[in-house]
Ligand binder design. Sequence first.
Ligand SMILES: Cc1ncc(C[n+]2csc(CCOP(=O)(O)OP(=O)(O)O)c2C)c(N)n1
Length: 633
Amino acid sequence: MKLMSGILKSIKLPDDLKNLDDGQMIEAAGEVRKYMIQTVADNGGHLAASLGVVELTLALHSTFNSPRDRIIWDVGHQSYPHKLLTGRWDQFQTLRQHEGLCGFPKPEESEHDSFLTGHSSTSISAALGLAQARDYNGDDYKVLAVIGDGALTGGMSFEALNHAGHLKANVLVILNDNKMSISSNVGSMSAYLGRIRSDPKYSRLKKDFESFVNRIPWIGKKAVDFAERIKGGLKYLVMPGMIFEELGFTYFGPVDGHNITAVKRILKQADQMPGPVLVHVVTEKGKGYHYAEQSPEMFHGIGPFDLNNGKLLKNKKSASYTEVFGNTLINLSRKNPNIMAVTAAMTTGTGLTEFAKEFPDRFYDVGIAEQHAVTLSAALAAGGMRPVVAIYSTFLQRAYDQILHDTCIQSLPVVFAIDRAGITGEDGETHQGLFDISYLRSLPNMSIMAPSNENELQNMLTTALNQKIGPVALRYPRDKVEGVELGSPQCIPWGKGELLRQGNDLLILAAGTVVNSALTAYEKLFWQGIKTAIINVRFIKPLDEDLIIYWAQKCRRIITIEENVLAGGFGSGVMELFEKHGLCLPIKRLGIDDQFVEHGKRSNMLAAYNLDSEGIYKEAMAFTGGKAVEGQS
Ligand SMILES: Cc1ncc(C[n+]2csc(CCOP(=O)(O)OP(=O)(O)O)c2C)c(N)n1
């Protein structure tokens, strides 16, 4: 679908928007929406957030001068209208496809993407940094951060607001308040924004209360002080944006974010103000597409769907690892009242929706606050609970020190349910889960498991919740399950791997679901005369030393496979083990070699990095020269 027949035919760059009158802007908004809905219906993507900011994006680009003025989109999942209005209309159909447009702002892709985003709550810090560099260099361009009310729950946002107020920096923060994070937003700040949104009620209350206080007769200083104090306190309750004012920002709003004229007017006013300014824009997530308005959470990030009825195209036949994790946790929690679950704004994404319903007093959604989630969990463990903190691999990176300092040093029994570990697919570089083995393996007291199928996942979760020695990380992929039968959950032997195939020409050590690809490769290698031993290690830490050393000595050529970067990963652990045992054997490590992995379908990207069965076979043939070990076969 080309869709270049209307008003947007004349829009090549944001500057062209400046010639449109308000009526034409509304027309343009309709065209942007239509094209986004159609494209996401085909490719999948983050639709609801982008639909909510169409008018805001038009107003921003017609008021400011991108790329000279810098606009930073927090998280960046709402940047589709920005992409469409900044010269990427023709490529938009390639959104999220390998070598196509990225689903997030990417400076490499366009000069209009002034800073890379993907992880939440970074935009105000980034805007402040650019603003400081600008001032130091004597430039005068504008710097803007567009941040959602969900992203505002992240600690970094507050750190940056605090600093910006201190520096009195010229930065413009646009708060895009749609009441939603991925699901309903949580926390006191969210409640505060809610009070501002319903401002008329509070304004009336303020007026009534002030006239009441003013009518208090003179009955001594104490009463007057008291009245003043109440008035002061009331100010925080009733004056919109008072919190931001106290942080040193000039507050504008709230303004209806779907009224382009009103948004443009307020942006122009804000632009005149020196120092840090915050414009509070109220929008509706999913605006303009009935099904997304009805189910903004479902349309936050969605696969290809039928745009006539909003239904997903692919019928879900098999469950995902996420679902198996969620169901197992419920089953285990029914028996153990000390199990608690913690998530950082990803209740549905981490499979905890049903848990939250069944055990509301044992469940915490802390907002986009991974650091807090981990320390909270560590302290829950210190208080005798068995917390399971479920966070995607990529977002857990945020909480490294909380894992090390608050959890590992005290060896607290926190279970880290690391979803989306490995190659995650269409979201690309910012969302790959390719570092957790490296960043966790180096931490004393930490154990790491990786299931090769859903039955192992439930058994590993059971094992993790039954051990008493310290923190355990359980990493599993963003994928459908293998289709094996689920037995009743049971503990697996601690620190033990599983020999799946015997052979004496080559040893494959695999961690996670790559075990299954190795098993497929085994057959082809067998027909080439290479008898391969395969071990599903199950435990990345501690490694099953006896099993691995025995088979390594027997086969004398070793391949390790992991969905992780090679540096510091599972293969590195095996090499360290060989060094410890004085073994000097040829070893080939398959994984990601010192680079970021771009966006593209998970299966395609696994193939691109030789982590599917064909790639493993090819690598094994190259490594062995296609020959059995001499004298052994
Ligand atoms: C550090 C981090 N944790 C979690 C996420 C996953 N995530 C992406 S968008 C989002 C909600 C953002 O809400 P908001 O900022 O209000 O934007 P909206 O989608 O409502 O427009 C979350 C939790 C993330 N991108 N980064």
